[in-house]
Design a protein around this ligand. Structure first.
Ligand code: HDD
Length: 703
């Protein structure tokens, strides 16, 4: 295998070290010299000329004898592998999981036995519907898949940032996914649920209503992977050494709190920086600001399951935190980006069936179906049953088996023995003591294709989710549904959806109908069982109610102009950094500006490349003359107008007033504008930013 040190891939170093020689046709050859490695073929043969194919004469035909050319093009032609059929666009990072306390009372899983134990992990976040090259801020579910390399084999917790799912039975998975993907005849829309096929399927699938509420909420447009929750969704089992089982739901909670963007902002981010979430994770980890989540467990027994309002095997239901408080059991820290995206993030293969002894499945029919699909799909994607030989997928604990051969086998059993039992005394043996003990749950019944009656309530938890949202979040749900359904060309689909929404919440249904111009409300949809209205709101379901305590991990974009107050900028920067946040300077020109005191202010962005949608709050440190000049630029006016419309906090120097005025915003309108010139104002600005957004402004802005 080719070995290249990190240093030798640093192109600037190699360019400086090496000699550039001009060839006959004027092309440049970068020649190895000194200690630099010689370029080789994949077979290890040294290469003399990587700029020209082998020809007969200077202008003659190319020779098939040119093995270097053929190998290089052959390999290039085969570089692509099929993208994941869902969750194609994703981004991953390495880290560790640290167990807080022993959970031996509940599980024999080795990872949970010792306080302080650290287990290496690889995590991949993703969107579901879009292709590999789609944009990050699609309105979509986010995947949250964690591979724990435990001492008893890999454990994959393949979850989402939403605790419920669209369907109750895995046999419907191809249908829900076909419906959301680009329509098959026209091959659009890309990475969008706003089209007829999706809403047609949804409106004919009442079990999806709870999930639809989540997907139309701000959860589906997170500000960052770092500010999302994650959920294992299904009920799993923990099994202890005495073979006692406890049901469990897994929840990840971000240390930095939750945060989402607004839709108008998401649309603009997709244009300004389609890699917004990737870049955010890359920047945070590369700068040592390691994102962290706590793993929480909801633990319960059969009695709780029997007495709970819904069936714990139904993946369209959750257990409210207020009913069963989650217990933090460990923390996940992401502290290293992959060396190579393809080798690690693209080739990582998550599989729900990867569980260590002590963690087991429930009969959730979605989970049972997933346990088939994930193994199957890896063969298609990675091309060989030996995908576990790829380093990112290989266990980090010792492993021994007799599986052999197949495409791309990197390791085979050594010696004579490749079977057991055998008489040679060699090779691994099964262990009833250490091996995976499937929990012996008593099962009996007739073979049937039936949906359990206990799965029939499709609206009550959808309503509970809706009434648990703040007024702002409810408004976002109304706007999202209106936007999505406005893209459906078939009016029957819109009306069918309104009929469902009326079962969830009458005000929701009528508000969406009104915005869609439907004057006569349809009858509420026929419900398999009557929707309940006695479920209490669960405040844990709101993002706004569960925001962060500080502004740490967030980013302020500060627009500066020539003649800006450098001392004020410095004060602002140190306050932002003290809070654990980041400041980036935006200037009219690449490079920066000269401040009033003659010093140079370095800028990271030019105004066109650094719109305010990329930041959580903005600062305007401008001289009056600079502000007047910027007021003539659309990008500068948008910088201010968007920050205002997206309810961001805006700190400004007095000099910025001409720009604010031309952008059509009055800094006296609300407390979201903080003048930065007075002595305590920088501290006040940071304090305000901790609220993330001034939501009360939203009604005035009417986004
Ligand atoms: Fe799935 C990928 C999460 C239902 C079949 N799924 C995939 C990934 C995540 C999830 C995060 C990306 C993993 C990665 O980053 O490589 N899927 C879920 C959740 C579900 C769910 C939380 C419901 C609770 N999935 C589900 C069902 C099926 C699948 C019901 C099929 C019966 N999922 C797949 C798949 C994928 C996949 C086709 C595509 C790529 C892959 O597995 O490795 O097998």
């Amino acid at each position: 295998m080719a070995k290249r040190s990190r240093q030798s891939t640093d192109r600037s170093a190699t360019i400086h070290d090496q000699k550039l020689v001009r060839g006959n046709g004027g092309e440049l050859h970068q020649i190895a010299g000194g200690d630099t490695e010689v370029l080789t073929t994949a077979q290890g043969g040294p290469v003399a000329d990587d700029q020209n194919t082998l020809k007969v004469g200077q202008r003659g035909p190319t020779l098939i004898e040119d093995f270097h050319f053929r190998e290089k093009i052959f390999h290039f032609d085969h570089e692509r592998i099929p993208e994941r059929v869902v969750h194609a666009r994703g981004y991953g990072a390495h880290g560790f999981f640290e167990t807080y306390e022993s959970l031996a009372a509940y599980t024999r899983a080795d990872i949970f036995q010792r306080a302080g134990e650290r287990t290496p992990v690889f995590v991949r976040f993703s969107t579901v519907a879009g292709s590999k090259g789609s944009f990050d801020l699609a309105r979509d579910v986010r995947g949250f898949a964690v591979k724990f390399y435990t001492k008893e084999g890999n454990w994959d917790l393949v979850g989402n940032n939403i605790p419920v799912f669209f369907i109750q039975d895995a046999i419907k998975f191809p249908d829900v996914i076909h419906s959301v993907k680009p329509e098959p005849d026209r091959a659009f829309p890309q990475a969008q649920s706003a089209h007829d096929n999706f809403w047609d399927f949804i409106s004919l699938t009442p079990e999806s209503m709870h999930m639809v509420m989540w997907v139309m909420s701000d959860r589906a447009i997170p500000r960052s992977f770092r500010f999302m929750q994650g959920f294992g969704v299904h009920t799993f089992r923990l099994v202890n050494a005495k073979n006692e089982s406890t049901f469990v739901k897994f929840i990840w909670k971000p240390k930095l709190g939750m945060q989402s963007v607004v839709w108008n902002e998401a649309v603009k981010i997709n244009g300004a920086d389609p890699d917004f979430h990737r870049r955010d994770l890359w920047n945070a980890i590369s700068s040592g600001d390691f994102p962290e989540w706590e793993l929480n467990l909801q633990l319960f027994d059969q009695d709780f399951a029997d007495s709970f309002d819904f069936d714990v095997l139904d993946p369209t239901k959750l257990i409210p935190e207020e009913v069963l408080p989650p217990v933090p059991v460990g923390r996940l820290v992401l502290d290293r980006m992959p060396d190579n995206f393809f080798a690690e993030t693209e080739q990582v293969a998550f599989m729900t069936q990867n569980v260590p002894p002590g963690i087991d499945f429930s009969n959730d029919p979605l989970l049972q179906g997933r346990n088939f699909s994930y193994l199957d799909t890896q063969l298609k994607r990675l091309g060989s049953p030996n995908f576990t030989h790829i380093p990112i997928n290989a266990p980090k604990c010792p492993f021994h088996h007799f599986q052999q051969d197949g495409h791309m086998a990197m390791r085979n059993p050594v010696g004579r023995v490749n079977y057991q039992p055998n008489s040679w005394g060699d090779g691994p043996r099964e262990s009833p003591v250490k091996g995976f003990p499937t929990f012996a749950n008593p099962e009996e019944g007739q073979k049937v294709r039936l949906r359990p009656e206990s799965f029939a309530d499709h609206y009550s938890q959808a309503r509970q989710f809706f009434i648990s949202q703040t007024a702002t979040e409810q408004r976002h749900i109304v706007m999202a549904l209106t936007f999505e359904l406005s893209k459906c060309e078939n009016p029957v689909i819109r009306e069918r959806m309104i009929a469902h929404l009326l079962n969830i919440d009458e005000t929701l249904g009528s508000a969406v109908a009104d915005k869609l111009g439907i004057t006569k409300l349809p009858k509420p949809a026929d419900a398999a069982v009557p929707p309940r209205d006695d479920l209490l709101p669960s405040p844990a379901l709101s993002i706004i109610e569960n925001g962060p305590e500080s502004f740490a991990g967030r980013k302020v974009g500060v627009l500066v102009s020539p003649g800006a107050d450098a001392a004020l900028l410095k004060r602002l920067q140190s306050a932002i950094e003290k809070e654990g946040a980041v400041m980036e300077v935006v200037a009219p020109k690449v490079g920066g500006v000269e401040a009033a005191d003659g010093s140079w202010i370095e800028a990271k962005h030019m105004i066109d490349g650094g719109p305010s949608v990329l930041f959580d709050a903005v600062g305007l440190i401008l001289s009056e003359e600079g502000a007047e000049r910027l007021a003539g630029e659309a990008a500068a006016r948008d910088f201010v107008a968007d920050a205002f419309a997206h309810c961001k906090f805006i700190g400004f120097s007095d000099g910025a007033l001409p720009l604010l005025e031309r952008a059509g915003v009055d800094p006296k309108v609300d407390e979201g504008f903080i003048g930065l010139d007075s002595p305590k104002s920088v501290a006040k600005f940071i304090e305000s930013c901790r609220r993330l957004r001034l939501w009360s402004r939203e009604m005035a802005v009417q986004l």
